[in-house]
Design a protein around this ligand. Structure first.
Ligand code: COA
Length: 653
């Protein structure tokens, strides 16, 4: 059945499509296809508390999927990472069916993971759309087809997108969230948050061939084969050089033997069609694919040390040339490209970390070499040329993102792969960015939050582990400086926390005006469990909020409490269901932003200062501060507006 003949239950305009809401545990998630990927995704979703329905064509296919899930769950029990009770719990949330209508009834999300062919996927989507609720998100796990084309012309275009998992899907933490041309921000946000709920690290990518990761990974395999074909070095040398460069244990040839030469060949075919000659499969790769053979690793020859540098330059030049270009095209950010490599491919360093280790000038030289070798292999990134020519020390990589929404400035901690662990670089960048955001005249309220479903799991233990006394002190003082900067900003800062606010994470939140938390957030100062104690002001700010008994119980034991208890103690101002947290925080921040700015600034100050002094002094301070407000235009306006029964227009004067 063609797209045109799908009975349209909704208009195709984005505006009138039902609102897409974030998913929550318990919602129904349907997986189409019980193969390796489908069963892995289903398992991960069931582990995260979703009601999963896996649908395939035959009982035999379903049985294979069920067996694969049971085998992975048993493996986790054997490794001591799970228990028979947990296994039973996960399995109780997975239903298997061959009936599509039954599968998609009441579904909130459908993820397609069937055979990688448009003629197989497309009719399936047409059928899904006929039976699934109108607000159900429909995603494809395709790795090589165009997401836009797969969904073209289907009704309700804003609810489609790509969700590309990496093998093995139950374990590999990377997910590419692919934007189709009409995917609404709500759909992409819901897919991103769904991925976080599955304990994955999603990266946002555009719908171009190879998305982000395969765009550079497969050409890296291809370039390795070309080096062999050209006789630049033997297989052993290419394999060893790649492993040294990327910090991997499986080199390109061994990887192709595991994942399939054919897959590499076909993926190069899609990239070739999209991006031109440089991406053409090498002759040797093509013949190896035709022979259906594996690479002869044992016969790879003796290591040729003298040839390693030539191999390194070519591989690095190709990787950097492609990745700087894909970032320039807007396919993914540099930070996410690095996540793709380190999380999805298990490289020790991502392409941009590799670039920065070389320096942009040297990186540009390597890229130009490959560019010249393949006669205009790819357009050389303008940004790389600029940084290289200007002698910039690095390609800047951010760990803090800032998003402006009118008068609100969101400052987001952005190291989701380590639960936003606070390292020195992040703290320095946080200080710069909160100051810059606060200095923005349009911003009236700042919101400090995590970019994922976690606020921050503390100071970075990996960085702290090797610190000496002096370095420990320096790090602690840095943390104190940043928290004090936040506390003394001239504008209100709201901490919006979920998942975890532990150690330095909680200390950061405590330096904000108040904390709004998602139900279930775990909070605590567990430093003593690591042989240290809080140093970013945690003991002192906590004691002022909840008193000595509770503070000492927390910091001496390292115990963790849930947000509802923290709310009862007065550590948290309010709690909300996780899916409502950001909306509620936004609404409260807008309310604050709408008040008279001078009065808000003064009342914050007087509350903080007064709390640190005796009552008579504090009352005097309050009286003086309140009197100042009578000298403002906003006071006149506020009271006039009340009398005239209209909303006030405050100007901060
Ligand atoms: N510093 C550095 N890395 C951290 C971190 C921290 N404070 N907290 C979490 N991470 C990293 C983990 O090492 C892991 O990285 P990996 O995948 O490369 O191994 C990743 O974040 C995810 O954490 P993980 O422990 O696998 O997740 P979990 O859901 O099982 O547990 C926590 C989450 C928060 C309970 C657990 O990570 C934890 O206890 N963290 C330390 C909390 C702490 O002591 N903070 C105070 C520091 S002063």
């Amino acid at each position: 059945m063609s797209a045109a003949s799908v009975p349209s239950r909704e208009p195709t305009s984005t505006e009138s499509t039902p609102k897409i809401a974030p998913l929550k545990p318990g919602d129904v998630v349907v997986i189409l296809g019980a193969g390796n990927m489908g069963s892995g995704i289903g398992q991960a979703a069931a582990q995260a508390g979703f009601q999963v329905r896996i649908r395939d064509l035959s009982e035999k296919d379903l049985e294979r999927g069920r067996a694969a899930i049971i085998s992975t769950l048993d493996g986790a029990i054997q490794r001591g990472k799970s228990t028979p009770a947990k296994k039973a719990d996960v399995l109780s949330r997975i239903a298997f069916t061959t009936d599509l209508m039954e599968a998609v009834a009441g579904a909130r999300l459908v993820i397609e993971a069937v055979f990688e062919e448009e003629r197989v996927k497309r009719p399936l989507f047409e059928e899904v759309v006929r039976h699934a609720p109108a607000d159900c998100i429909v995603a494809t796990n395709t790795s090589s087809l165009s997401v836009s084309k797969l969904f073209e012309g289907l009704p309700g275009p804003s609810r489609y997108g790509g969700l590309h998992f990496f093998y093995p899907a139950a374990i590999n933490k990377l997910v590419e969230v692919v934007a189709a041309p009409h995917s609404s921000p709500e759909t992409l946000e819901a897919l991103t948050r769904f991925s976080y709920a599955l304990r994955k690290v999603p990266i946002r990518v555009e719908d171009r061939a190879g998305f982000c990761v395969n765009r550079f990974f497969v050409p890296f395999l291809n370039e390795s084969v070309r080096l062999l074909d050209e006789g630049v070095a033997n297989l052993t040398t290419i394999e060893a050089t790649a492993n040294e460069l990327l910090g991997t244990s499986l080199g390109p040839f061994q990887l192709m033997n595991v994942t399939g030469v054919t897959i590499a060949y076909h993926s190069m075919g899609s990239l070739h069609a999209a991006f031109g000659e440089f991406y053409a499969p090498s002759k040797l790769l093509a013949s190896q694919h035709e022979k259906k053979g594996k690479w002869d690793l044992k016969g790879g020859g003796e290591l040729q040390t003298a040839k390693k540098e030539a191999v390194r330059r070519r591989l690095l030049g190709a990787i950097l040339g492609i990745t700087t270009r894909l970032v320039e095209e807007g396919v993914a950010s540099a930070e996410d490209t690095d996540r793709g490599a380190t999380i999805g491919l298990r490289w020790a360093r991502g392409p941009f970390a590799l670039l920065n280790a070389e320096g942009p000038a040297k990186a540009l030289e390597l890229v130009k070499e490959v560019h010249a070798h393949w006669k205009e292999a790819f357009p050389v990134s303008k940004e790389l040329q600029r940084l290289g020519h200007e002698g910039a020390p690095v390609w800047p990589l951010a760990q803090i993102r800032v998003r402006k929404e009118g008068a609100l400035g969101w400052v987001l901690l952005d190291r989701p792969e380590v639960m936003n662990a606070l390292n020195s670089r992040l703290l320095e960048e946080l200080e710069q960015k909160v100051l810059a955001t606060s200095n923005d005249p349009e911003v009236r309220v700042l919101l400090l939050s995590g970019s994922s479903n976690v606020f921050a799991a503390g100071a970075d233990i990996a960085e702290m582990a090797s610190k000496s006394l002096g370095e420990g002190r320096e790090f602690t003082m840095l943390g104190q400086r940043v928290t004090r900067t936040i506390e003394t900003l001239p504008k209100p800062v709201i901490a919006v926390v979920e998942g975890y606010a532990l150690g330095g994470g909680l200390e950061l939140a405590l330096s904000c005006d108040f904390i709004l938390a998602a139900d279930g957030t775990t909070m605590g100062l567990p430093e003593v469990t690591l042989g240290i104690h809080p140093g970013f002001g945690g003991t002192q700010r906590m004691v002022r909020l909840v008193g000595r008994a509770r503070t000492k119980m927390m910091v001496e034991s390292g115990m963790r409490i849930r947000a509802d208890e923290a709310e009862r103690w007065g550590l948290v101002a309010r709690t909300f269901p996780p899916e409502k947290l950001h909306e509620e925080a936004r609404s409260l921040a807008k309310t604050i932003a709408a008040q008279a700015p001078i009065a808000v600034r003064l009342v914050r100050e007087v509350t903080d200062l007064g709390a640190e002094t005796d009552l008579p002094t504090a009352l005097r301070l309050e009286a003086e501060s309140a009197s100042i407000t009578f000298s403002t235009e906003d006071q006149k306006e506020g009271m006039r507006a009340f009398q005239e029964k209209r909303p006030p227009k405050f100007r901060g004067r």
